[in-house]
Every structure is written in C-alpha cells, then in structure tokens.
Design a binder for this molecule. Structure first.
Ligand code: SAM
Ligand code: SF4
Length: 360
C-alpha cells in the first residue's frame, strides 16, 4: 500500500474508526481560529490547469505550474484526510478545471470513504462542465451528490467568447447527464457588466425550467487578466433590485456552508443565491480554508498569507504529526477578513494569484 493511503471499503472505515478511538472525536482536536470560528470546510484545487480561459479568470497565455510541483493524488488524499480527522465536514474539489486532472476519479473514490465512515457530511465539486458528461455517473458512485457548474451565458457564441474556447453544447450535455445520474446542480454565474447583464432573466427562467439552483457572483480582483476588471464589475445589489421588479424573491435561511445568501424565487420554486464579496462582507461566519494543488494552504481567499503543507508532508511520509502541527499553526493565523477593493484608484488586482490557483 502507498504511504498514508487507505483503500476504500470496510477496512478503511475500520481504520478511520480506530484512529478516532485513539485520538478522540474531531470536535476535541478540532480547528478553531483566533476569532472563535470553527474550520469545517476545505476547498481543494487539484490542478491549476484548465481547458477554458475565461476572460475574468485567466489571461489568454497563462503559464501553468510545472507538473513536478503539483502534489500527487495520494498526497492530496493524505492532506484531506488530516483535515477530515480534525473536524472538517465538507470537502469541495475545484481547480483550475478539476475534471481535466488525469485519474482524478481515483481521488474522489478515495475521499468517498470518509462519507462511508460518517467523518464527512459532503463531498462536492465545482466544474466548468466540459467533461461532466463523461464523469457524472462515476462521481455519483463515489458519493458526490451536489455539483456546481459555472455557466455565464446561454448564448453559444457569447459562451465561446467568455471562455475563449468552450463549447456550450458540451456543458449542457454534462448538466443533463449529471441530473440523470441523480446529482443536484447549482449554476454559478459571474455577473459581467456589458457581457451578460441582459441575460439574467433568461438564466433565471432556464434554471427554473431545468430544476437548477442559481448563484450570481461578483467579479473579484484576483490575478492579472487581459482587461480591466473595473469595466466589468457589476454590484449584485443592483442586479437584485432589478430582478425584484419582475420576480418575487422570498428570504430563506438556507445555507450550504458557503458564502452564498439565498432567496427563493416564488415563480420558479428554485433558489437564487448572491455571492457579494465586494459589496457585502461575508467574513464573520467564515468556516473555510483553501488548499492549492502544490500543498499551499490559504486561510483567506482575499489575503496573501499562506502555509506550506507540502514540506511537512514530504518530510515525514509515514507520520502525520508534522502535518497536523503545520495545520494548527496555520489556523492560528487565519485572518479576520479580506480587504478586496475594486475601483479605479487601486491599480492591478488586490490579490496577485488567480482564482484558478485556489479555486474560488
Ligand atoms: N473551473 C471550474 C469552474 O469554472 O467552475 C472551477 C474553478 S473556477 C476558478 C471556480 C469559480 O470561480 C467559477 O464559478 C468561476 O466563474 C469563478 N471565478 C473565477 N475567477 C473569478 C473572479 N476573478 N471573480 C469572481 N469569480 C471568479
Ligand atoms: Fe477555467 Fe473555471 Fe477559470 Fe473558467 S473560471 S478559466 S473554467 S478555472
């Protein structure tokens, strides 16, 4: 057996149980930051690569990491396992485009063992949908039940322009396949002034017809791209006020553990979420940290401070104690909040890394 990797199945569940018995319930050794917030949600970017080049996310000629710097699937599994054993209840696999990583299904199946042993509540995925048709059924078999698919327009030409190379029909086929396999789908749409701001009614209606929830997202100033984000920034407070002229948005207290605030659309019965990092600060209730594919842990999406987990991982291939010590140290300096600002007085992105590094 490879170091630190437990095969899925009865043996793995038993191994997790004995780990708990020896160490106590995760709540006892849980991760609590200096502001008393419990860290229960880990987002894992399994690759920085992508088959799209969305204009707000990446430059056309992105330089990707050399493969040697990227953690193996076994190493990613080992870090996820360490977090799960410290009380993380939700894992989201993201990227770059997670489904373009070779053999990524092996990781999903391995992580699924934590669902079997009740150490994890949810294993989820954020994807651009381009490969979803191929993987939908296998993802369900691994234990995934909810998938976020990013889709900013329903117009095929505009879709190709935004993603610089994507094929809308493949994404729609992926969504259909995922629904048929039993997944709940949420669409993520980045609100872009002058690009898709005339389409929100159509997207809301389409989500209603297809039985999909929808989250609208404000652009965040992360990483150099080829255009000025201030030109595209659209405050969601304005989008919401406009939608409310035609749709009935009923308040809900529904939360998914993420930063979205949800309303229910009376006309469609579906949820509509708003992620507004710039116009509304969602940091007080932050329960998340983010791991990159090189083993760097970001304690806040909007700050540069990070911890290297690859060194302790590789230093002690058969002992997780140094890894746990590094995780404790990192959570001990999780900042109170981000300071994203997007306006013309601030030149360049607030955070130099791209969203594809930490996966949003
Ligand atoms: N490739 C996958 C996808 O597109 O869903 C997963 C990674 S992508 C970085 C995760 C989410 O971040 C997507 O919904 C994308 O639209 C969003 N995103 C990327 N760059 C962003 C930015 N600068 N501001 C706001 N959202 C961004
Ligand atoms: Fe790729 Fe997702 Fe970024 Fe688009 S948003 S370029 S699909 S990582």
């Amino acid at each position: 057996m490879e170091s630190g990797v437990i095969p899925r199945g009865a043996e793995a569940v038993e191994s997790d149980r004995s780990w708990l018995a020896a160490r106590g319930r995760p709540a006892e050794g849980g991760l609590v930051d200096p502001f008393g917030r419990r860290v229960t949600y880990l987002r894992v970017s399994v690759t920085d690569r992508c088959d799209f080049r969305c204009v707000y996310c990446m430059a056309e000629d992105m330089t990707f990491l050399p493969k040697a710097e990227v953690l193996t699937l076994e190493e990613l599994d080992r870090i996820c396992g360490a977090f799960v054993k410290r009380g993380v209840r939700k894992l989201r696999i993201t990227g770059g485009e997670p489904l373009v990583r070779r053999d990524v299904m092996r990781l999903f199946h391995r992580l699924g063992r934590f669902l079997d042993s009740d150490l994890l509540d949810e294993l989820t995925l954020t994807t651009n949908g381009s490969q979803l048709e191929k993987y939908a059924a296998d993802l369900f078999a691994a234990g995934v039940r909810r998938i976020n698919v990013s889709l900013d327009t329903l117009d095929p030409e505009k879709f190709r322009a935004i993603t610089r190379r994507g094929d809308l029909s493949r994404v729609l086929a992926g969504i259909r396949a995922a629904r048929a396999a039993g997944h709940e789908i949420k669409i993520n749409t980045v609100a872009l002034r002058g690009v898709n701001d005339g389409e929100f009614d159509a997207i809301v209606r389409w989500c209603g017809d297809e039985g999909l929830d929808l989250t609208l997202i404000e652009t965040m100033p992360m990483g150099e791209i080829d255009e000025d984000r201030t030109d595209r920034y659209l405050p969601l407070s304005r989008v919401r006020a406009d939608l409310e002229k035609r749709w009935t948005l009923e308040e809900t207290d529904y939360r998914t553990g993420g930063p979205s605030r949800y309303a229910r659309l009376r006309e469609t019965g579906r949820r509509l979420g708003f992620i507004t990092p710039l116009s509304h600060n969602f940091c007080e209730s932050c329960n998340r940290v983010r791991l990159t594919c090189t083993g760097t842990l970001y304690m806040c999406l909007g700050q540069q401070d990070a911890a290297d987990l690859r060194a302790p991982l590789r230093l002690a291939p058969h002992d997780d104690a140094p890894l746990h010590a590094s995780i404790d140290e990192a959570i001990g300096r999780k900042p109170k909040g981000h300071d994203f600002v997007i306006d013309r007085r601030h030149e360049g992105p607030a955070v130099p890394r791209h969203m594809s590094v930490t996966g949003g």
